[in-house]
Design a protein. Structure first.
Length: 288
């Protein structure tokens, strides 16, 4: 069995991975509350996978109400070494049409209401987010999506908005001026929390629409978004299969695996013991 254990965070329209062998739904408890759903574990081509439907099966949880900390903690707690996120996104660029897969390399966080860190008073840490995704994992994800038959763009900036409403035209034009390429509601604080958990993270954005910046087009409707999302779901599931086939047998260490070694600033004698206990899965290695 390979030492890779890949967590998959499935977005809108992706609620299971049919190709998993020995598949089993597992309930994982976390000190941050319940994750979105049970986690489906199994193997593909000798690689262990853990799949979490980000919004829950049937999509009962909105982006602002997701327990992002519980979701990342559960993936770390179950033993994942790396995280792949699959997310429906809107396009802010003419050259990124509906149906295209964009492997993100940067984020702009424009969310406002979400707990965005595992750390806080009593245990302070500052992880670097200059390069928010793992280039190795992103490269494998791009190659896998291409092999799955998707049209893939490598590199792009994802702006995360609060939602659950879609944005205004003025906002859409503003995000374009900021340099954003795609827009979604779940990439943040997910990517930040993955980094704090020392989990290499990559996000594949599956374009469903041209947001609302094109004045000659109808505004975004969720029915159209879901139609394109379901059209892409087969390629998304096949991307996971191809990823399993592409990963090398041995997982070489990543600098992200130990990023907390240079991030925690609170002196040992000043650390809050209750918060340390909550961080057993996230930061236990670094707090020993």
């Amino acid at each position: 069995m390979s030492d890779w254990f890949v967590g998959v965070l499935g977005g809108s329209g992706l609620y299971a991975v049919d190709a998993l062998e020995n598949a089993e739904w597992q309930t994982i408890d976390t000190p941050w509350g319940p994750p979105s759903d049970q986690i489906l574990t199994g193997t593909i081509a000798g690689i262990r996978f853990a799949f979490l439907p980000r919004h829950g099966r049937g999509h009962p949880i909105s982006p602002s109400e997701l327990n992002y900390r519980a979701n990342i903690d559960a993936m770390k707690r179950i033993g994942c070494t790396d995280l792949i996120a699959l997310s429906a996104v809107g396009s802010l660029r003419e050259e990124l049409p509906p149906g295209r897969f964009v492997v993100v390399d940067q984020f702009i966080d424009n969310t406002r209401l979400r707990a965005n860190s595992f750390f806080g008073s009593g245990l302070v840490a500052h992880v670097s987010m200059a390069d928010p995704v793992c280039p190795r994992l992103a490269g494998f994800a791009a190659a896998a999506a291409t092999r799955a038959g998707a049209d893939v763009t490598e590199g792009g900036t994802y702006v995360a908005i609060e939602g659950p409403q879609f944005g205004t035209r003025a906002e859409s034009h503003m995000y374009r001026a900021w340099g954003a390429d795609i827009i979604g509601m779940t990439g943040m604080p997910e990517a930040k929390l993955a980094r704090e958990a020392e989990l290499p993270y990559a996000l594949v954005g599956m374009v469903t629409d041209y947001d609302c910046w094109r004045n000659d087009e109808a505004h975004v409707e969720v029915t159209e978004v879901m139609r394109v999302m379901h059209d892409n779901a087969g390629k998304a599931r096949q991307t996971i299969v191809e990823l399993a086939r592409l990963l090398p047998p041995t997982r070489e260490p990543s600098p992200i695996d130990t990023c907390l070694d240079v991030a925690i600033v609170t002196a040992p004698e000043a650390r809050d013991r209750a918060l340390m206990a909550k961080l057993d899965a996230i930061a236990g290695r670094a707090l020993q």
